[in-house]
Write a protein that binds this ligand. Structure first.
Ligand code: NDP
Ligand code: 2IT
Length: 449
């Protein structure tokens, strides 16, 4: 862990451990936020008296359901579906759906908990939630994915609504899945309720820039961090893990801002391409063919594929972990530091372990936590909701300018809050405190609910 749990919040942490046994990722996410909050509770006695932190640590509602479906050969499968409606103080529950075999309640809760503060940081009126299933879409046909999505939504629909709970994508859930989910919601409810899901197709209620938003946003955030140190992306080597939605559009924006992304990965290994990742080829392999990264290396002379191994072995100035939680541990962080890395910006949710974050602190590497750096995705989801509600459609340029502004604002807010609370430069503390204060004020105003 990155530090001691301060005495003022120790009791809260122990109660979270006791009430949520075995949910290690949830414990980790809660602990990291609590470590930042002692300083806040010292200034706000009302939050201690009204158990505001304890209430925020307890989801408002947790839904777990059976998802039966049949594959193309007629075999029956039974998956588990989750939706954790964590906190609605600032707006309807908002957060993605993850389809991955590793999904369990503890992972959904960690993601939902993070989402509360992330969504608060965007400044948009959205509460925090997350959902998903242990369904593995890899290798499944479109028809199988469709049947699974239909079965999943047949249970979930009763909990959703544009003013209630608005899911979107996450790992394993992209435009294809959102399409099938929306179709089934519309069929069951007989309502064309555009605002019930975000990440929709551009021809039927989707918003320009939502696809690119998380990766672009992380790059904008990195740009703001560098600007605070008088630097730019110009000439910087960048390593981005993953090769999904966040990674692909992170690479795209890094290149537009003057940096060079030289490596990316998936769960099979990583590719290094000293000439810079060829985005057209990467998109062809990952988005069109739904293939593996080794195919990229097979088709590009300047690229090498390394099976297994750690993408963090590739020397870089900027690292943008954009695959999954706890993918960058203390050892990998030490390698990054030794190789001269200066910035680590979390595109994924909680990709750096507490030991890694400690290395970044000790070595002076600028570190941006996911709840700040990857907030561009959900912020642009809120822009999609705004366009749906007003039956409007913004241009790419307008939406991207809004996204860039939001990311600069989040950086400024985290930066200023860290200074105000006595830890200049500590964006982890800044993000946790700024996000918490916004949520806590609303929770407090709504009374004991
Ligand atoms: P995708 O499904 O599009 O891509 C995920 C990528 O990460 C793939 O390359 C995948 O490799 C890799 N990956 C996933 N799980 C693992 C694992 N257990 N071990 C190794 N590699 C893994 O997802 P996204 O790009 O949407 O999401 C990536 C991260 O960003 C997640 O942490 C997500 O929560 C976060 N995020 C996403 C947002 C969004 O708008 N999509 C918004 C904010 C955060 P493989 O295909 O081999 O599994
Ligand atoms: O982790 C996240 O912020 C997301 N997966 C996006 C959530 C959303 O509602 O757009």
């Amino acid at each position: 862990m990155s530090g001691e749990v301060p005495a003022t919040v120790q009791g809260i942490y122990e109660e979270v451990l006791r009430r949520n046994p075995g949910e290690t990722e949830f414990h980790q996410a809660v602990r990291e936020v609590l470590e930042s909050l002692a300083v806040v509770l010292g200034r706000h006695r009302e939050y201690t008296e009204m158990k505001t932190v304890e209430r925020i640590c307890e989801p408002e509602r947790q839904i777990i359901f059976r998802v039966p479906w049949q594959d193309d050969r007629g075999e029956v499968w039974i998956n588990r579906g989750f939706r954790v409606e964590f906190n609605s103080a600032l707006g309807p529950y908002k957060g993605g759906l993850r389809f991955h075999p590793s999904v369990n309640l503890g992972i959904v809760k960690f993601l939902g908990f993070e989402q509360i503060f992330k969504n608060a940081l965007t400044g948009m009126p959205i509460g925090g939630g997350k959902g998903g299933s242990d369904f593995d879409p890899k290798g499944r046909s479109d028809a199988e994915v469709m049947r699974f999505c239909q079965s999943f939504m047949t249970e979930l629909y009763r909990h959703l609504g544009e003013y209630t709970d608005v899911p979107a994508g996450d790992i394993g859930v992209g435009a294809r899945e959102i399409g099938y989910l929306f179709g089934q919601y519309k069929r069951i409810t007989n309502r064309y309720e555009s605002g019930v899901l975000t990440g929709k197709g551009l021809g039927w209620g989707g918003a320009l820039v939502r696809t690119e938003a998380t990766g672009y946003g992380a790059a904008f955030f990195a740009e703001a961090m560098m600007a605070a140190r008088g630097e730019t992306f110009e000439g910087k080597r960048v390593v981005i893990s993953g090769s999904g939605n966040v990674a692909v559009y992170g690479i795209e924006k890094v290149h537009q801002l003057g940096g060079t992304a030289v490596a990316c990965s998936d769960s099979s290994g990583y590719v290094v391409d000293e000439k810079g990742i060829d985005l057209d080829l990467l998109k062809q392999v990952k988005e069109v063919e739904r293939g593996r990264v080794d195919t990229y290396a097979q088709r590009r002379d300047s690229a090498t594929f390394v099976a297994g191994g750690s993408v963090w072995d590739v020397p870089c100035d900027v690292a943008i972990p954009s695959a999954t939680q706890n993918e960058l541990d203390g050892d990998a962080a030490a390698v990054l530091a030794r190789n001269g890395c200066r910035y680590v910006v979390e595109g994924a949710n909680m990709p750096a372990t507490p030991a890694a974050v400690k290395v970044f602190r000790d070595t002076g590497i600028g570190f941006a936590p996911g709840k700040a750096a990857n907030a561009g995705g959900v912020a642009t989801s809120a822009l999609e909701m705004q366009q749906n509600a007003s039956r409007d459609r913004w241009t790419f340029e307008h939406s991207e300018a809004r996204l860039a502004e939001i990311m600069r604002d989040i950086h400024a807010r985290c930066h200023e809050t860290a200074e105000e609370y006595g830890s200049p430069g500590d964006l982890v503390l800044g993000a946790n405190v700024a996000g918490f204060l916004q949520v806590a004020e609303a929770v407090h105003a709504h009374g004991l609910i």
